[in-house]
Design a protein around this ligand. Structure first.
Ligand code: F6P
Length: 533
């Protein structure tokens, strides 16, 4: 059975939200706190090692109630069940969406088999049982893949830096030769393992980089049989893997019911298992499984992904905010942003609904960000005093992953201070009281005033561990799903990335033939002429 396909703007809840929005849109959040002493309790969720504070958002009790009613009216519960039970909700590709099955207690047999294979293999790499062609243990693992076949694993490996073993792990994704060359020049072919990850095994970047790596390896190793010890693949397309020259024994399967951007839980996570050990990889899956249970079983008003999704939708569709920022207060989480960008924007950047009609309301938001405190010294100026509304997720941890607790306190003091400053701002009277040399008429005065009333959601987690990271990632995955259900779009296809790939074949042909005339539009033709000149 398909997902329902109602235009959300035609629902009763949406109409009521429109009316309510026009009444409350200008009420400062601080007034909402003053009127409702229970606001923090009402707008926060304490679940396991997560505390989520939504109270600093521009949302009142009634808006929350109406947003929850919107989710009910658009049959979110039924949609969740359809996803978890493996119905083919990815209708444009005629596929089920079952990344949750990869981390479920009872996994499908084919998943169990491949994860077991991954366990044995990663262990052999870590312990040195698997050696390179000259008998030396592997010291360096290189993941070659792009998009979902790189972003998730790289994000996790970077974030969980404290759980890393002795193996060096690098990620090659870009088609820019500079990237792979920079990595290869530091490597020894005798001790390097390449993991070529591509669900389709037809992605230009990945195949090109894998060929470069193979040539580089063979230049020294000389014999093709040695490839067996240094190249493995993760793919759903075993024929193409074989055609590339990687044996069946060295191939880890994945499946068409796992979307690339949701695939780090599968064999795509092989580099993660190598970097932090299989047990920690399992803990990551365990955390995601706990979040899945929470999402599937918790009433919507206490359901973290549902509340995050609805608040974001409130800004996107009613306040017309175009972007949202994510600020993790953990330097090791710097790759979280591109990961979330793919997850959110590739899933929900859609302009046609589930009735195949062009959409007349806003869908996917632009996601961006940077770890704090760096972000404070880059773009926070605009968030504090600019003209745009930018809701922010602040992600922080109660305990550090190192032993320097005072340093961590200093970092987190900034987290709290920033969310506070964004909420309360600084009034004219406060500036004047602080700066005695400034008169009422000073032209400098307005520049020093902070309006405040800038929305943030604080996600405070006990500690950055494989388990809590698993929960956090699954939380965002479910947020995108909820939004897609409500926006009446297909969140699990990505047709929008196809055209550029198709046209690149033609522009490459034009470059090789030194003939810009092969390209039709005047601007691109001119650019090519200049490039070729
Ligand atoms: O560019 C789009 C995309 O298909 C992503 O959805 C995917 O994660 C990435 O390319 C890589 O695809 P593959 O794993 O098939 O190489």
């Amino acid at each position: 059975m398909s997902l329902q396909n109602t235009n959300p703007t035609n629902t009763q809840a949406w109409q009521e939200l429109e009316k309510h929005f026009s009444k409350v849109k200008d009420i400062p959040v601080l007034d909402l706190f003053n009127k409702n002493p229970n606001r923090v309790n009402e707008f926060s969720i304490l679940w396991e090692d997560f505390f989520i504070d939504f109270s600093k958002n521009k949302i009142d009790t009634k808006a929350k109630k109406l947003l929850l009613a919107l989710a009910e009216e658009l049959q979110l519960s039924a949609a969740i069940e359809k996803q978890f039970s493996g119905e083919k909700i990815n209708e444009t590709e005629n596929r089920a969406v079952l990344h949750t099955a990869l981390r479920a207690k009872n996994k499908p047999d084919e998943v169990k088999e491949n994860l077991a294979k991954m366990n044995v293999f990663s262990e052999a790499i870590i312990t040195g049982k698997h050696t390179g062609y000259t008998g030396k243990p592997i010291t360096h693992v290189v993941n070659i893949g792009i998009g979902g076949s790189s972003l998730g694993p790289e994000m996790v490996v970077e974030a969980l830096t404290e759980y890393r073993n002795h193996l060096e792990v690098s990620f090659v994704d870009n088609l820019d030769r500079h990237q792979i060359e920079n990595i290869l020049k530091k490597l020894d072919p005798e001790t390097t393992l390449f993991i070529v990850v591509s669900k389709s095994f037809s992605t230009q970047e990945t195949l090109h980089n894998a060929s470069i790596a193979r040539d580089w390896f063979l230049e020294q190793a000389q014999q093709a049989e040695y490839l067996e010890k240094h190249f493995v693949a993760v793919s759903a397309n075993t024929d193409k893997v074989a055609a590339f020259g990687i044996s069946k024994a060295n191939t880890f399967s994945m499946w068409d019911w796992v979307g690339g951007r949701f695939s780090l839980w599968s064999t795509v996570g092989l580099s993660i298992a190598c970097a932090i050990g299989y047990e920690n990889f399992e803990n990551l899956l365990g955390g995601a499984q706990q979040m899945d249970k929470h999402f599937r079983e918790t009433p919507f008003n206490n359901n973290i992904p549902v509340c995050l999704a609805l608040i974001s939708l409130w800004y996107n569709n009613f306040y017309k905010a175009e972007t949202e920022a994510v600020i993790p207060y953990a330097a090791s989480m710097h790759k979280l942003i591109p990961f979330l960008q793919q997850g959110s924007m590739e899933s929900n950047g859609k302009g046609v609904d589930r009735n195949s009609n062009k959409i007349s309301y806003q869908t996917g938001t632009v996601v961006w960000g940077e770890p704090g405190t760096n972000a404070q010294h880059a773009f926070f100026q605009l968030i504090h005093q600019g003209t745009k509304l930018i809701p922010c997720d602040f992600i922080g941890f109660k305990k550090p992953i190192h032993t320097y607790t005072e340093d961590h306190d200093l970092l987190m003091a900034n987290f709290f201070a920033q969310t506070q400053a964004l909420l309360v701002g600084k009034s004219k009277a406060e500036v004047l009281a602080e700066e005695k040399n400034l008169g009422e008429e000073s032209p400098i005065l307005p520049h020093k005033i902070f309006e405040g009333n800038k929305p943030t959601t604080s996600i405070l987690i006990d500690k950055l561990t494989p388990n809590s990271l698993g929960k956090l990632i699954a939380m965002y995955e479910h947020k995108w799903f909820v939004q897609g259900v409500i926006w009446n779009i297909y969140s699990f296809d990505q047709w929008g990335v196809a055209l550029g790939k198709q046209l690149a074949k033609n522009t490459f042909k034009a470059i090789v033939n030194k003939d810009a005339e092969e390209v039709k539009d005047a601007s691109t033709k001119r650019l090519l002429k200049h490039y070729l000149s």
